[in-house]
Design a protein around this ligand. Structure first.
Ligand SMILES: CC(C)(COP(=O)(O)OP(=O)(O)OC[C@H]1O[C@@H](n2cnc3c(N)ncnc32)[C@H](O)[C@@H]1OP(=O)(O)O)[C@@H](O)C(=O)NCCC(=O)NCCS
Length: 211
């Protein structure tokens, strides 16, 4: 059986673990500097185990994934059997696609992309690495979503729109205009304003050198 270690031991990682086990992975455990009380973090990482970065914070997922790639780790991609993925789409390593998510014809997802349940990325879209879509978020066709951008639950993006890197598309937003990098896009019709600065909790995640 293929063995998997999940980086991150909180909410999203538990969702990932369930889908991983349903698709033939044996989950050996979790790595987390501050795991929840009921989870004992792994102290060593077996050489042959694949890894998955199950961190919902897009910036942190980018940082930790890049470190693990540099260390030569095999990064798993986890796709629920009830997701609907076009054979002409491309899905980058480290991505997670939940049940009832749809990726349509000619669409490209970068590395470490998260599509939560029921989200739809329509045809000929480009989704940047470490972007994420909440439940039921949707793009129409030919949309570009930047690196590390979060598309909130139930948000929708009109055809051909371009959303920059490090943006937050608010829950329920309806986006009919392009948006610059590092903006928060809210409402219907949505308007974009510069996002407040946010620290990523990288310091807690200094990886043990044996990993
Ligand atoms: C837009 C968002 C980033 C704002 O977060 P925040 O800065 O913490 O904002 P607050 O909760 O302090 O709310 C500030 C104001 O914005 C309003 N607001 C917050 N989210 C909103 C949204 N999605 N649409 C419209 N208005 C919203 C609040 O009602 C509040 O209004 P008020 O000042 O009149 O009381 C957040 O609400 C959001 O939508 N995040 C997406 C989360 C998501 O879907 N994640 C998917 C995980 S799977």
């Amino acid at each position: 059986m293929k063995e998997l270690v999940i980086f991150g031991a909180w909410y999203f990682s538990r969702v990932v673990a369930e889908v991983a086990e349903a698709t033939g992975w044996k989950v050996l455990g979790y790595v987390d500097p501050e795991p929840p009380e009921n989870v004992t973090g792994l102290k060593t990482l077996p050489d042959e185990a694949a890894v998955f970065v199950g961190l919902g914070d897009n910036s942190l997922r980018d940082v930790i994934s890049s470190l693990l790639v540099k260390r030569g780790r095999n990064i798993a991609t986890i796709v629920h059997p009830n997701a609907c993925i076009s054979p002409s789409s491309t899905i980058g390593p480290g991505s997670f696609i939940a049940e009832l998510a749809v990726v349509r014809t000619g669409t490209t997802l970068g590395k470490g992309v998260i599509l939560q349940s029921g989200s739809v990325v329509s045809h000929d879209c480009q989704v940047g690495s470490f972007a994420s879509f909440g439940p039921n978020a949707a793009t129409a066709s030919r949309v570009q979503v930047g690196r590390r951008t979060l598309v909130g639950v139930g948000a929708s993006i009109a055809p051909g729109m371009s959303i920059g890197d490090d943006c937050t598309v608010a829950a329920g937003a309806a986006v009919y205009k392009n948006a610059d990098n590092k903006t928060t896009i809210i409402g219907n019709p949505a308007t974009a304003t510069p996002s407040p600065h946010r620290e990523t909790k990288q310091s807690n995640w200094k990886l043990n050198t044996t990993w």
